[in-house]
Design a protein around this ligand. Structure first.
Ligand SMILES: NC(=O)C1=CN([C@@H]2O[C@H](COP(=O)(O)OP(=O)(O)OC[C@H]3O[C@@H](n4cnc5c(N)ncnc54)[C@H](OP(=O)(O)O)[C@@H]3O)[C@@H](O)[C@H]2O)C=CC1
Ligand SMILES: CCCCCC(=O)/C=C/[C@H]1[C@H](O)CC(=O)[C@@H]1CCCCCCC(=O)O
Length: 337
């Protein structure tokens, strides 16, 4: 009999999530039937979108999320004991995956890419959903050309740090923002041309100096006031990739009313003739391993670097998650078991 520990959403977070919003429980797993596997979590992901999902999932649900897990029991010859895979059954130590799971969620119940001696935890980071978000969001949606000026915020995070480096690989000038001097130093090491601490710098002044001819591509992880300012510094016909808006996830929802006071002032979008497009990484599900294999090759060639902020222990899931909104992570935030 396998007993899983699971974190459930005990109540809807108000503002920044709190430890009391989550409850730790035990759950006896059903037996491993024909075609099933039982897996044990190795590395669990905490991601900003979980705050958004916490508005949507029913109370008492297991928190949604991806993890790298190891098969510990198998009645499926495709997935022998010892195999590692990525699945999205959430904040749980042990999981039974059925043939139906493999069929229904191929993108989120998948093998790790071939990664040699690289750490398996990269399967929820640079060699997983965040890496592909940077890869496809920048390359497919924005189509950068050598010489373009690219702006990215959240630049020391999982997605942003990959965007910085991929933009440099493509020959762009990169302007990046992050939330501490330590993060700024690391993003400079990654090759960004101009890096600022948004907590101690005027965003407008920094952009005027760093991008006197305007920004061609803005990869937005933050939204809110940052975006309201950044749009004024776009070059004509620039592209804005709306990847995330972490600065707004803890805000209470207001009614959707047409208002000229938000980040997107129509006059700026129209007069600069901007292309503004939101995206979800699912869009490139059919090209998943194309992105991961290219990223893996760039890592092995020394062109892409990564950092992980590792928290040890399943009981730390909620605090690691809350830490995302307090800027605690450099690179990908990972909970290791
Ligand atoms: N569209 C899609 O399919 C996907 C979108 N995303 C989005 O990409 C963005 C980055 O995700 P990811 O790289 O995984 O997360 P990160 O690894 O970057 O972690 C979050 C970081 O965001 C920064 N941050 C937190 N609060 C604020 C704030 N109020 N203002 C500015 N920065 C803040 C913090 O760094 P700092 O110290 O710099 O403030 C924090 O460390 C998120 O918005 C996420 O929702 C992610 C994956 C897929
Ligand atoms: C305003 C929310 C922006 C969320 C951006 C983000 O981080 C997206 C991440 C996706 C990740 O690839 C895996 C997911 O499940 C995330 C999507 C979560 C939002 C889905 C909302 C669907 C809905 O409203 O029906």
């Amino acid at each position: 009999m396998v007993v899983a520990k699971v974190w459930r959403l005990a109540r809807r977070p108000v503002g920044t999530p709190r430890l009391e919003d989550f409850v730790l429980e035990e759950e006896v797993l059903p037996a491993c039937g024909e075609g099933d596997v039982i897996v044990e979590a190795v590395a669990l992901s905490v991601d900003p979108y979980m705050r958004y999902r916490a508005r949507l999932i029913p109370l008492n649900s297991v928190m949604f999320g991806t993890q790298v897990a190891k098969v510990i029991e198998s009645k499926n010859p495709k997935w022998p004991v010892g195999t590692h895979l990525v699945h999205c059954e959430g904040w749980r130590t042990h999981t039974r995956l059925t043939t139906q799971d493999f069929k229904d969620k191929p993108l989120f119940t998948s093998p790790l890419p071939e990664m040699g001696d690289l750490p398996k935890s990269l399967g929820i980071g640079l060699l997983g959903m965040p890496g592909n978000t940077a890869y496809f969001g920048l390359l497919d949606l924005c189509k950068p050309k050598a010489g373009d000026t690219v702006l990215v915020n959240g630049a020391a995070g999982a997605v942003g740090s990959a965007v910085v480096q991929i933009a440099k690989i493509k020959g762009c000038t990169v302007i990046a923002f992050a939330g501490s001097d330590e993060k700024v130093a690391w993003v400079k090491e990654l090759g960004a041309d101009h890096v600022f601490n948004y907590k101690t710098t005027s965003i407008g002044d920094a952009l005027s100096k760093a991008a006197p001819k305007g920004i061609n591509i803005y990869f937005d992880n933050v939204g809110g006031k940052f975006t309201a300012e950044a749009l004024h510094h776009m070059a004509d016909f620039g592209c804005v990739a709306l990847c995330g808006a972490i600065s707004t996830y803890n805000e209470e929802r207001k009614e959707d009313v047409a208002t000229p006071t938000g980040a997107f002032k129509e006059s700026v979008l129209i007069t600069k003739q901007l292309r503004v497009e939101g995206f979800l990484i699912y869009r490139w599900g059919n090209r998943w391993f194309e992105g991961l294999n290219q990223i893996r090759d760039w890592i092995l060639q020394g062109k892409l670097k990564y950092k992980e902020t590792v928290v040890h222990g399943f009981e730390k899931m909620p605090s690691a998650f809350i830490g995302l909104f307090q800027g605690e992570n450099i690179g990908k935030a990972v909970v290791m078991l």
